[in-house]
Ligand binder design. Structure first.
Ligand SMILES: *[C@@H]1O[C@H](CO)[C@@H](O)[C@H](O)[C@H]1NC(C)=O
Ligand SMILES: *[C@@H]1O[C@H](CO)[C@@H](O)[C@H](O)[C@H]1NC(C)=O
Ligand SMILES: [Fe+2]
Length: 438
């Protein structure tokens, strides 16, 4: 425990006095960071399920994850399409972990299905306790994603979550940095409780950021809490690691990459990515999205260049596959690019979006590099969230909403045309050359 507390104090000292409240735009005063919310500790003597969240787990299946403190509470989900009438049930697995002096509760993961599309299911966990409900995503366009990275658990996080909840979304995408527990494991529990109202009713698909690592040299390898608590469909997508995987929703193939695990050409992640991209069928999934934590195109002064090495390794593969949109977090601000490849404009490259502005306690990254690079279309240091409404195989509407005085103000918006609709997939000569070479 001492080591954990010590490291946290150091981390807090380095990272917190960030938001100086400097006025960046002309008419909008940047908000200060808000304090981490005060939560009660995990209730110890209840059998009721806690920290419920759901994720997609292969076609027509959903994984339900929750925590109990009762050792004998079974890993069972009962569910059905009418309240209180559970016509099906599934059994799953459980795990737990300890970290220094902390011991987690029993962490249950149960996959249910096959399920109908766009349908509300009612469910109960461990054979007792309250009823939850979830909505399965559609199998066809339109489909709506919400996006926010670097969430944390502050007053601003609450505001972001409220705005996400007000959007009629099908699946939430989180490009890394979830709880900002930073070695204090009970903060993973309070984060689980904070997001439960949303994450128990719509799939939350996450990838890891630097704050998930929590490694202690010679003592703790990284991602222990993250992997135990936020199990994603890596097995279902042919990956051997929870740190990278893919999934499909309606006509969208989404690849979740790991910025903090090996990505070089001889790595498992690289080999898996190549295979996964080769399997993408653009007739079935006309849209191809990638999420990762450390941005590859970033004109903010914060975290400058941190994504360069991963970009150098993997960008050719993504370009060859015709990735439409790449979403990153890490920088606590918003930025959207033109279509780019190899550090320049390219009509067949991806649109890059940095959206690490969920509201964590470190505050905003207020300083951008000047002059603005030609590839950068829109940039602003505010907390907020994004919405991606994929209308059909050719058109998607992207909007970014800042938390202006607690109201979601739509700030940036654009239609994005899919690369298949602009003749970029499978046709481009440069792309074929890269494919042959890799
Ligand atoms: C723990 O769970 C078991 C099985 O569901 C149940 O019989 C028992 O009453 C629970 N114990 C407590 C303290 O709630
Ligand atoms: C796709 O959606 C866009 C925007 O709503 C619309 O203008 C276009 O006609 C649609 N295309 C097809 C083939 O339906
Ligand atoms: Fe980060």
């Amino acid at each position: 425990m001492e080591i954990g507390v010590f490291l946290t104090v150091i981390l807090l000292a380095i990272s917190s006095p960030f938001g100086i409240g400097a006025q960046f735009g002309e008419d909008y005063v940047r908000p200060q960071p808000r304090k981490t919310l005060a939560f009660p500790r995990r209730p110890r003597h209840s059998s009721d399920p806690q920290q419920v969240h759901i994720s997609l787990a292969g076609e027509k299946h959903i994984r339900i994850s929750w925590i109990t403190d009762n050792e004998s509470s079974p890993s069972i989900v009962e569910y059905g399409i009418s309240p209180g009438e559970y016509t099906s049930s599934s059994q799953g697995e459980r795990t737990s972990y300890s970290y220094l002096l902390y011991s987690s509760g029993n962490i249950h993961h149960v996959v249910i299905g096959p399920l109908y599309d766009s349908t509300i299911y009612f469910y109960r966990l461990g054979g007792q306790g309250p009823e939850f409900h979830l909505k399965t995503p559609p199998s066809q366009f339109p489909v709506t994603f919400t996006v926010a990275g670097d969430l944390g658990q502050t007053g601003w996080t609450e505001s972001t979550l409220k705005h996400i909840d007000e959007c009629e979304y099908d699946t939430h995408l989180l490009p890394g940095d979830l709880s900002y527990a930073d070695y204090l494991q009970h903060r993973w529990d309070s984060f689980g409780a904070l997001v439960q109202p949303l994450a128990s009713s719509r799939p939350w698909m996450v990838t890891e950021g630097n704050h998930e690592k929590e490694s202690i040299p010679f003592f703790k390898s990284g991602f222990q809490a993250y992997n135990a608590r936020w199990k994603m469909p890596y097995e279902e997508s042919g990956s051997t690691s929870n740190l990278y995987y893919s999934f499909e929703v309606a006509g969208v193939h989404v690849v979740m990459l790991g910025s903090y695990t090996d990505y070089h050409a001889d790595s498992d992640q690289y080999a898996w990515l190549k295979e996964d991209l080769a399997k993408v069928d653009r007739e079935r999934t006309p849209w191809l999205l990638v999420l990762l934590h450390a941005p590859w195109y970033n004109s903010n002064r914060a975290h400058q260049g941190e994504g360069n090495s991963m970009r150098a390794s993997m960008e050719p593969l993504l370009y060859a596959a015709g990735v439409d949109i790449l979403i990153a977090g890490h920088v606590h601000a918003y930025e959207r690019s033109e279509r780019v490849y190899d550090r320049g404009l390219d009509r067949c490259g991806a649109v890059h979006i940095t959206i690490g502005d969920g509201g964590n306690r470190e505050g905003l990254a207020q300083r951008f590099r000047n002059p603005k690079p030609e590839w950068s279309v829109f940039r602003e240091a505010s907390f907020g969230h994004g919405e991606l409404k994929v209308a059909n195989a050719t058109h998607a509407f992207w909007s970014w909403h800042r938390n202006d005085d607690d109201e979601p103000v739509q700030s940036d918006q654009t239609w994005i045309n899919s690369l298949i609709s602009t003749g970029c997939v499978g046709e481009d000569r440069r792309r074929k050359k890269i494919l042959l070479a890799s």
